[in-house]
Design a protein around this ligand. Sequence first.
Ligand SMILES: C[S@@+](CC[C@H](N)C(=O)[O-])C[C@H]1O[C@@H](n2cnc3c(N)ncnc32)[C@H](O)[C@@H]1O
Length: 211
Amino acid sequence: MERDKSDSENAERREWNRRYAVKDFVWTVEANRFLVAETADLRPGRALDLAAGEARNAVWLAERGWAVRAIDFSDVAIEKARRLAAARNVADKVAFEVADLRSYEPEAGRFELVLMMYLHLPWADLVPVLARAARAVAPGGTFLLVAHDSANLKRGHGGPQRPDVLYTADLVVEALGRELAIEKAGTVERPVETDDGIRVAIDCLVRARRP
Ligand SMILES: C[S@@+](CC[C@H](N)C(=O)[O-])C[C@H]1O[C@@H](n2cnc3c(N)ncnc32)[C@H](O)[C@@H]1O
């Protein structure tokens, strides 16, 4: 049983590495628009980017004075992320780490910003990841999550097509526990340019603060 679980976890990692093993960036190198909006009023400090991928968001934060730690289990993504950070002259501002978030334990109370963007795991796997992410937020610090909302499957564009890895802001709020004060929780729309014109993706967004 344990063996089956770790086989499937390794398969997921291999699949992400395969997706990232293309010459160009898989995603845009522009920072996520909700990150830009939601961090506009924050004073830079230490940031933790969980499931950072090619690090478009980590690099953007570093350019704005944040000291970032960026984690992803895809070594191929992290290698590309290092190159992006170097090309944008912030290599010394981002510490990259290859780690699986299902076992990664960040230091409690350490980060003024904990970021989780588009991490989609089966819900039972994500709950402990969310709890550890919440614990990592420093007093006065912010937790920000954006992901494809469950509603995106039927009504939105793109994103995972498996209902078991999609979720909602309400579920995230429940999993975060009571230590953080919820500032925003709900769905947001993200218009996306496609070959067939503009399509709208439905994301969930949760912003919370440790008092
Ligand atoms: C859709 S990408 C989002 C990347 C980035 N947050 C962004 O918004 O550009 C999801 C990322 O989650 C990472 N990931 C998935 N499962 C993971 C796990 N168990 N531990 C660490 N990273 C994981 C993948 O390697 C991938 O880079």
